[in-house]
Design a protein around this ligand. Sequence first.
Ligand SMILES: Nc1ncnc2c1ncn2[C@@H]1O[C@H](COP(=O)(O)OP(=O)(O)OP(=O)(O)O)[C@@H](O)[C@H]1O
Length: 263
Amino acid sequence: MAIELRDVSWQREDRYILRGIDWQVKQGEHWCLVGQNGSGKTSLLNIICGYVWPTTGQVSVMGQRYGTVDLREVRKSIGWVSSALMARLHEHETAQRVVLSGREATIGLYTAPEEEDLQKAAELLEMFGCASLIHSPYRTLSQGERQKVLIARALMASPRLLILDEPCTGLDLLAREQLLEMIDRIARQPDGPTLLYVTHHIEEILPCFTHALLLKNGEVDRAGRTVDVLTEAELSRFFGVPIAIRQVQGRTWVSLAEPASAR
Ligand SMILES: Nc1ncnc2c1ncn2[C@@H]1O[C@H](COP(=O)(O)OP(=O)(O)OP(=O)(O)O)[C@@H](O)[C@H]1O
């Protein structure tokens, strides 16, 4: 099992930020996590990565039960790409050094890279179509290029679980579609990581995402196979407005079934 949460709750003062979360992600599945602002997605990711300890419940990642294992070791098997990470990186570092720093998941590079690391970093940048940027300072990269470099950085450590937290934020249409193509390639690698894709935008959910979890007010609203979850009935119930969907190339495009002003 890649992720196993049993009755996980997280309480701050009088308020439950997360409540009664039961969730199992099997190896070979790829999940998307959808929830509105403040629904608890980041809190859930913090619990999965062991940065926040739940008030109640059990957490296991890659079969390792939290509380019985060294979290630093478990975290080596998890890659987490987020805007918070992007903000922490040293902007003067080159794309190559940012990717290389993923091996030890450090901010900055503190040991001389081995030849095989240099080769792997070059291969990853090549895979993401960023080979020509290898010596470019991170600060000069476009938002789309930065996201690709960050995903390459996460892959440097060969994670078993890769969390992509709203990776398409700030990307134009073409840059978004290019990034999604890359994510699709990662998902299709036979020995690649289990993916957990967090988004507000249903149309970003690629056919490779086999399962979906809808999070609402800190609780699992619905979790299951993507085809069963991303339906008009489920999404209308989830968003609390009538939703119309359209399937294009295996992706679900969502719009309001009636104008917002009509409500
Ligand atoms: N350390 C904390 N102490 C108290 N409340 C918190 C803490 N962290 C998060 N919250 C609250 O928990 C709720 C869920 O926050 P969280 O960041 O997990 O939501 P989210 O789904 O990731 O939102 P967004 O999509 O806007 O990033 C919010 O109301 C937030 O204010």
